[in-house]
Write a protein that binds this ligand. Structure first.
Ligand code: SF4
Length: 392
């Protein structure tokens, strides 16, 4: 395996390096020719565009199929009528503005509606859209809800990207969560180590906050989001190392995306490079049937085969990842395939009665979501569902 080209456009020295510059207007992307820009403007009018010069600098502009380009530059396919803006019905589990409680032990807070760049396949693109109706986080109500629910031991800060908040605001949230005794894990879901590693490298106060609130017995996890091995530049790896040195546990979750990481070699290389950087591959998600995402989705059977090929290229550390659908009813892992069947199991379930439920479906090589599959047998229980779980 060759070393991934280090396409960083800036040096890591904050004193000599120009600031990362954000771009929200396709007309400012010089690498696109004039005709391309004007073709893509209607796409960006529907699903906003945002990137920065560092991340755009990772693109090989001579390759129209470049995976990093596909990740952030709009494409005409997004205008196909397909999918819905809330494919996992997050509204169902919203207990206060910006606060979701789906799984017993975990509450999600949508802290911000901004990201370092906008992934074109984003499942929460509704947050960035002008016409979409959504409420901003009601932090006080969310914290009061968590305090009143002692079963909640995990809080996921998400969005948008929580590292787009000021460090002061993030630290305020971390300190208020630290005051709730039963919250043992705070997860920060962020793509900033990929989009702009200097958000971490240049901010000593952020690292200090992590050091203060990530302690034995109460940990801050950073749920990083690297989709492709080329995102793991020297600067991105330094950003990850800085997070770990500050006491955060860093894991990775990403979707399988057509044209980005939909082959076993690319995904295997990503898993390998993550583990070499000390980052555990945690979830490989099935791309949700979100509006605009038709061309990004890989069918489940192909996705599972790609996942298996990728895992074969890694050590046991890389093999800890799970391939899951974030379905409205829970996280459903794809666990097996044969000539006639696809085997799924609930990894997390909104309804405790579903937890670990094992399901067998007729194999359908075109299906991309569990709702399209025809069950052969339902209600089987995986062996690890023990009496204690059942009694809950
Ligand atoms: S970083 Fe996450 S929330 Fe932000 S655009 Fe990408 S997928 Fe969406």
């Amino acid at each position: 395996m060759s070393e991934a080209p280090d396409r960083t456009v800036t040096s890591s020295n904050a004193a000599t390096r120009p600031r990362v510059r954000y771009v929200t207007n396709l007309r400012e992307v010089d690498a696109l020719d004039r005709a391309e820009r004007s073709d893509l403007l209607p796409v960006a009018a529907r699903y906003p565009f945002r990137a920065n010069d560092y991340y755009l600098g990772l693109i090989d502009w001579s390759d129209p199929e470049d995976p990093i380009r596909r990740l952030v530059v709009p494409s005409l396919d997004e205008l196909q009528q397909w999918g819905s803006l809330d494919a996992s019905r997050e509204a169902t589990y919203t207990v206060a503005p910006g606060v979701q409680h789906k799984y017993r032990r975990t509450v999600v807070m949508l802290c911000t509606e901004m990201c370092g760049a906008f992934c074109r396949y984003c499942f929460r693109k509704r947050l960035f859209m002008d016409e979409a109706d959504h409420d901003s986080l009601d932090l006080d109500t969310g914290l009061a809800y968590i305090a009143a629910h002692p079963e909640v031991s995990n809080v996921l800060l998400s969005g948008g990207d929580p590292l787009l908040m000021s460090t002061r605001r993030l630290e305020d949230i971390l300190s208020r969560l630290a005051a709730i005794r039963h919250v043992r894990v705070v997860r920060i879901g962020t793509k900033m180590p990929a989009f702009n590693p200097w958000r971490v490298l240049d901010d000593a106060a952020l690292r200090h906050a992590l050091r203060r609130y990530s302690r034995p017995g109460r940990r801050v996890y950073v749920m990083a989001h690297f989709d492709h091995p080329r995102e793991l530049t020297a600067d991105a790896r330094a950003g990850v190392a800085a997070l770990m040195e500050a006491g955060a546990v860093v894991v990775n979750q990403c979707p399988i995306v057509r044209g980005v990481n939909d082959n076993g070699d690319t995904l295997g290389e990503l898993f390998q490079r993550l583990t070499w950087s000390g980052v555990q591959p945690y979830y490989l998600f099935q791309c949700r049937p979100t509006a605009g995402n038709a061309s990004f989705v890989v069918p489940l059977v192909e996705g599972f085969r790609t996942f298996c090929r990728a895992r074969r290229q890694t050590s046991g550390l890389g093999r800890r990842a799970r391939y899951c659908m974030s379905h409205a009813s829970g996280k459903i892992a794809v666990v097996g395939l044969d000539r006639d069947h696809l085997y799924l199991r609930y990894h997390q379930a909104a309804d405790p009665a579903d937890e670990f439920r094992f399901m067998v479906f007729r194999r359908d090589d075109t299906a991309h979501w569990v709702d399209q599959l025809v069950p052969v047998a339902e209600g089987l229980r995986a062996p690890e569902r023990d009496a204690a779980d059942g009694a809950r």
